[in-house]
Design a binder for this molecule. Structure first.
Ligand code: CA
Length: 231
């Protein structure tokens, strides 16, 4: 397990590294935000420990940049800032956990283990808008309500959900929906997509047709969503 420790206090950095190394982690230390970003870009890490008070840049700012660059590793913030607001801001910025200094090494290690465990669990659900898709059981729900789908509709939905936000080509979709069939009517796919689109309406989700390319599943802009019943 490779851990990037972003901490400008060399004593603390050495102490944490030594303890984590004893537990079998490989730790690299970034003493500044710039050095840490360089490390994070150049090699893969399973987890990042981030101090917020860095000499060259605010840790939250660095956190935001790492997330914007698509770095997905769990991030544990280590900070002397212990106001509730700081913790909320840290978690909102994309951190997975927050530990206030001073802390016990045993607690740090327990939290690292929990984060690493969580990161290794398969991601069983996909969600867009109010639509939830159970990847293992192959069921779709609007909120908690199951949606009744045909086998072919389910195949379309699965493919689109696995590539949520991206365009899936008609050929790829056709192959998933009509395996080993090349002689289906050309509009067979369109018909199924349009039925599925109707069924997904209540979830505030649309299957957008991207001319010449294929289809993309996405959340409808808020204004298009049906208003909830009131009273
Ligand atoms: Ca610091």
């Amino acid at each position: 397990m490779r851990i990037l420790l972003i901490e400008d206090d060399p004593m603390l950095g050495r102490g944490i590294s030594a303890a984590l190394a004893q537990s079998g982690y490989q730790v690299q230390v970034g003493l500044t935000a710039q050095a840490a970003l360089h490390l994070a870009r150049s090699s893969p890490f399973e987890l990042v420990i981030l101090d917020l008070g860095l000499p060259d840049r605010d840790g939250l700012d660095l956190l935001g940049e790492m997330r914007r660059e698509g770095m997905l590793f769990p991030i544990l913030i280590l900070s002397a800032r212990d106001h509730l607001n700081d913790r909320i801001r840290g978690l909102d910025a994309g951190a997975d956990d927050y530990l206030v200094k001073p802390f016990a090494l045993g607690e740090l290690e327990a939290r690292l283990r929990a984060l690493l465990r969580r990161a290794q669990e398969p991601d069983l659900w996909r969600q867009i808008g109010n639509l939830r898709f159970d990847r293992a059981g192959k069921h779709a729900f609007v909120g908690e309500e199951p949606i009744a789908l045909t086998v072919r509709e389910l195949a379309i939905l699965e493919m689109l959900m696995e590539h949520a936000g991206k365009v899936v080509s008609k050929q790829a979709l056709f192959g998933a929906v009509f395996p080993q069939q090349t002689d289906s009517a050309p509009n067979a796919l369109e018909v199924r997509v349009s039925r599925l689109r109707q069924k997904l309406q209540p979830a505030g989700v649309d299957i957008r047709s991207v001319r010449g390319l294929g289809y993309r599943i996405e959340e409808k802009p808020a204004a298009d969503n049906p208003l909830p019943h009131t009273g």
